[in-house]
Each structure stands twice: as C-alpha cells, then as structure tokens.
Ligand binder design. Structure first.
Ligand code: SF4
Length: 341
C-alpha cells in the first residue's frame, strides 16, 4: 500500500488542498474510482483522476534508451523491430476541450507523456487553462529549457509539481544516458528556479529524479547534496539499460504482475498528440495498438469514452484473465498510479 512515492503523493494532496484545487466532488470521484477498481466494476468514476496529454513527443535530449541519435522514437512493439513512432504536436483545442468536459471531477492534468514539455509553444496556455478551471498540473522535464523565461511562465500560470530527471552530476557522466543535455546548464537553471520560488513564496513542488545506473552511482551523493541545498525533493530510481546492455545490468528483475489487473484502467486516461485515446502512457510508444478511439473537439464526449464499451471490455479482460492476453500489458511492471520505477 505504501510505496516510495507515498510521501510525494501526500505532499501534492496537501498542496492542492491549500490551493483549493480539491473539491468534494473530486474527492468522491477519486473514492469511486478506487472502489470500482477494488470490486473490478465495469464502469469507473465519472472521469479518471488523472489525464496525461502528449502535447508534443519531440525531445531535445535524446536519451539512448528512448530515441535514435536523430531524435526518432523507438517503437516498443517487438513485432515491429527497428521501427519508429510517428511524431507530432497536439492542437491546444484538444487539450482545452477535454479539460472543459472533465474539470468538475478531474484531479490532475499531466501535459506531457513522451516528449519534452517545454518544446510545446503553448505549454503556458495549457497550464493556465487547467489552472483557470481549477485542475492541478504536473510536468517532468530534462531541465535544458528550464530557463528564466520558462520558470516565470510555469510560476505565473500556476503549475503545481515539476520533476527534473538527471543521470549524473558531471557532464561526462550525465551524457552517457542523456546524449545532448548539458548538466551544468541544468544545474544553473535549478538554482534560478530555487531562487525564484523563494522570492515569490511559491508553493510549486520540485523533485529531482536521479536515474541510477552503475556508471553514475559515484555522483549520486553529490546530486543529493546539491538538491538539499536548493530545498527540493530528491528521488532515486533505476535506469533503463536499453542501449547500454554491455555495461549495465537489467534493473527490473521481478516477475511482471500478470495476474494483477492494472489500476490505470480504472483511474487514468492518456491522450496521444494525434488525439488517440489510450488507457496509459506506455501505449504512445507501441505502434499499431488499438485504444479507445480518437478525440475530436466538438464531437467526442470523453466521459462516454471513459466508461464506454472499449474501456469496459479492457477492464473485463484484466479482471477475468489478468494482463496476459494483452501483449503490452503482459510485460508491464506498473502497479498503482505513480511513476513507473
Ligand atoms: S498494464 Fe501497463 S501497459 Fe497495460 S494498461 Fe496498465 S499501465 Fe498500461
């Protein structure tokens, strides 16, 4: 029941209560989603607790497990080896239309999935629209574009939580996984962020996510200290060894939870940049997969999709047969709604 992210979740909830972004209706919806998952009901709450939006799947850091050197995203579908995923950007109208439809019960919008969120030109407008509709927001970034202008943009528009992922304290180490990122620039950006938060007495929650490998273990404590001095939260999680198989071991060694129905089906939705509606963020990098349809502003009712035939059918497969019949789910380690590792 308690995981390494329980403390973070509690801090986020307390912060949202103080920002008055949690209403009784939202609490009841969360409660209903949990009950629906517990009893494996076909229909869940009125809306998910959380919706992920892949506003853009472009990235400027090109981590070796995720993308090729030219930035193309690897297809995770093993039947399509050497393939890549289509890339594009979401129309802001799609984001706004879904927020409008779900705002009364949606707890949080996550305007990134697979791309670097600061690449999307209208990120500020998206965060502001969610804030104006009393919906909390969180993003994760590689920190390269977390410059003064973007720091002011997220603080002005009411972002609630930001996670910055790093994999080394020094440039040489950081660049083993993150091909392009300049860690000295990222650290400078973090210092500016810390000062600005202090100056404004902002309630933005900041967490540094140290991606741990064998090759960067020696710099872990340096980053922990740096983070502590800035008064940010610090988290350590295992890295993805894809592309480093000769130097790094597989880090997920447990058995996949194939007999446990996935909570995401009862609690979360993901909208791909092209409007495809998926149960979770892993679907966006698995080509040819069927989701719950495509969102079209003005004609799709996301509430009907959320508890529609396809979603109910998928919950039933998980309930009756576990994850095994669905290839993407059968190799998924996720348990609970939180970061993957
Ligand atoms: S089991 Fe994994 S891949 Fe399947 S819906 Fe859940 S989170 Fe997504």
């Amino acid at each position: 029941m308690f995981t390494k992210y329980s403390r973070l979740k509690l801090i986020i909830v307390l912060s949202l209560i103080s920002a008055k972004k949690i209403t009784l209706k939202k609490v009841l919806n969360v409660f209903y989603c949990y009950i629906a998952y517990y009893f494996r009901l076909g229909k869940s709450g009125a809306t998910p607790l959380l919706i992920n939006f892949d506003l853009s799947n472009f990235c400027n850091e090109r981590c070796i497990f995720c993308r090729a050197e030219d930035g193309k995203i690897y297809d995770q579908n093993p039947d399509k080896k050497c393939g890549f995923i289509d890339m594009g950007m979401m129309r802001l109208e799609v984001f706004k239309s879904i927020i409008k439809q779900t705002k009364d019960t949606l707890l949080m919008a996550v305007p990134y999935v697979n791309g670097e969120p600061f690449i999307y030109n209208d990120l500020g407008k998206a965060i502001k629209f969610a804030t104006d509709n009393n919906v909390a927001t969180m993003i994760a970034t590689n920190g390269i574009l977390l410059n003064e202008k973007n720091i002011n943009m997220i603080l002005d528009n009411g972002l609630d939580f930001i996670k910055i992922q790093v994999s080394g304290y020094n440039k040489k180490t950081h660049n083993i996984e993150h091909r392009v990122g300049n860690i000295e620039l990222i650290k400078k950006n973090l210092e500016i962020l810390s000062k600005e938060i202090k100056k404004r007495s902002s309630s933005l929650i900041v967490m540094i996510d140290y991606i741990l490998y064998k090759h960067n273990t020696q710099e872990l404590e340096l980053f922990r200290k740096f983070t502590k001095d800035l008064r940010f939260m610090f988290s350590v999680r295992p890295g993805n060894p894809r592309g480093m198989e000769d130097k790094e071991e597989k880090q997920y060694k447990k058995q996949f939870p194939i007999n446990i129905p996935c909570d995401w089906l009862w609690k979360v939705l993901t909208i791909n940049w092209n409007g495809n509606i998926f149960p979770c963020c892993d679907y966006v990098t698995w080509s040819g997969i069927k989701g719950y349809g495509k969102f079209s502003p003005g004609s799709t009712d996301i509430l009907k999709v959320w508890n529609g035939l396809d979603a109910v059918r998928m919950r039933k497969v998980h309930k009756d047969q576990g994850r095994k019949p669905i290839p993407i789910c059968s190799k998924c380690p996720r348990k609970g709604v939180e970061f993957k590792f």
